[in-house]
Design a protein around this ligand. Structure first.
Ligand code: IMP
Length: 189
């Protein structure tokens, strides 16, 4: 079976893709290939960071590899927090990051935002990019306890609940990550 590395340490993400590519590719994560390096994520775009990660594995291990990078883009904040989503407030604490967003949006009527994921698949030395986007709005207060990150303040378009109030199975059908992943899976198949 063909080997494909997923440049992540997240076991949940690894299991999800193993399930989706069931029997077609042997999916290895960074731990599986003995990669414990701190791979740089210094680019200022999702594409750039995803490509830095997949390229690192391809160059150092000579294995086909894919990597993802995601974040929240808010119209009224010039697409911030964007690539800085994980530590927008200077801390990795989700509540502090959410409070930072809510404070910056105070009194602002345009609440339009989107979650975006870009996957870079480095296969035979060629970079293939896949993007997934979900549009929505930023609430004025937190609602819901499921999910992670900015989920309690993000209401996807066409819904009246936040991501944090949605069942995981439903979020995983419509999320930015799911959409990007579906595109890559269709390409690989
Ligand atoms: P990553 O590139 O998937 O690790 O995402 C970077 C950051 O974006 C996370 O630490 C979160 O703050 C935010 N983020 C990405 N995807 C989601 C999501 O589905 N819900 C909430 N926050 C997210």
């Amino acid at each position: 079976m063909k080997k494909l590395v997923f440049a992540t340490n997240n076991q949940h993400k690894t299991d999800e893709i193993r399930h989706a590519l069931n029997g077609q590719y042997e999916i290895l994560n960074l731990e599986d290939i003995g990669c414990f390096a701190d791979i740089p994520e210094t680019a200022d775009t999702f594409e750039g960071n995803a490509t830095l990660k997949s390229g690192f594995v391809y160059e150092n291990y000579n294995l086909d590899c894919f990597a993802d990078d995601s974040g929240l883009e808010i119209d009224a904040l010039n697409n911030e927090p964007g690539v800085y989503s994980a530590r927008y407030s200077g801390s990795r604490d989700s509540l502090e990051n959410i409070n930072m967003v809510l404070a910056k949006l105070e009194g602002i009527h345009n609440r339009k935002a989107r979650f975006k994921t870009v996957i870079s698949l480095m296969q035979n030395g060629k970079n293939h990019l896949f993007e997934g986007v979900i549009n929505g709005t930023i609430r004025t207060a937190l609602s819901g306890a499921k999910g992670f990150g900015y989920d309690p303040i993000f209401q996807p378009e066409g819904y009246s609940i936040t991501f944090a109030e949605m069942d995981m199975a439903e979020k995983n059908k419509i999320s930015h990550r799911a959409l990007a992943l579906q595109k890559m899976i269709a390409f690989l198949k």
